[in-house]
Design a protein around this ligand. Structure first.
Ligand SMILES: [Fe+2]
Ligand SMILES: [Fe+2]
Length: 226
């Protein structure tokens, strides 16, 4: 059996997977992540809400961008200085570029799905909480994600695994805290790009499972370099 099992594209029993997540502790977060989570709770409140998770999804994309960007730069350097670059190194960099792109796309769908549902529910987002503060956080997190990957890719994979583990648990807890969402049908134009779910509860669980896959991708990359 493979060490890491991925769920994207598979028919899963979402409630069973939710129970699995909630029976397992999150990966320990480093100091930087703990600070980010504290700032989040201070600015957006401790309660798990859809508007708060929109901002979480905005941040989630940046480590994948750092992987893609860093791998492209490494590939350019490799081909600039080597007459015959090692095919194995080239393949590893191309794999990282693919992984970075897939991760960014998946986080983007999460962001667009949540934003559309918030819009459908008529929840108003404030300029301060959903424009100004995210811009400040994103500029810093983007630089931080690139710097960490540049210093040591393993630090980036380890930190992202902990971030994704936190996200997986937060989504599964949010689904548990909102049982009414299991009776709430969900529809959005973005289901042409993302697996259609019947209820809002299941959509939140499916996004939580994607976060588990992201965690496993990060752990797998970390394992390859250990
Ligand atoms: Fe996400
Ligand atoms: Fe994620």
């Amino acid at each position: 059996m493979a060490k890491y099992e991925y769920t994207i594209g598979q028919e899963m029993d979402l409630r069973k997977e939710q129970a699995k997540t909630l029976a397992t502790p999150s990966l320990p977060a480093n100091f930087i992540l703990r600070m980010i989570f504290v700032v989040f709770d201070l600015v957006y409140g401790k309660e798990r809400t859809l508007p708060k998770f929109i901002v979480l999804e905005m941040l989630a994309r940046y480590p994948y961008w750092a992987w893609e960007n860093g791998a492209y730069k490494a590939l350019s350097r490799l081909y600039a200085v080597c007459d015959k670059p090692c095919p194995q190194v080239t393949d590893e960099l191309l794999h990282l570029i693919d992984l970075g792109r897939e991760g960014q796309d998946n986080e983007q769908w999460h962001l667009l799905l949540l934003a559309d549902i918030v819009h459908q529910k008529g929840i108003k987002l404030s300029w301060f909480h959903h424009y100004l503060i995210p811009r400040i956080l994103l500029i810093k997190y983007n630089l931080l994600a690139k710097l960490i990957f540049w210093i040591n890719p393993c630090w980036s994979f380890a930190m992202n695994a902990a971030f994704e583990s936190h996200a997986e648990h937060q989504y599964m807890l949010m689904a548990k805290e909102n049982p009414a969402w299991d009776q709430e049908p969900v529809d959005t134009a973005y289901f042409q790009y993302y697996p259609r779910q019947r209820t809002l509860g299941d959509l939140i669980r499916r996004i939580g499972l994607d976060e588990r896959d992201h965690m496993n991708h990060s752990l797998e990359e970390l394992g390859k370099r250990a």
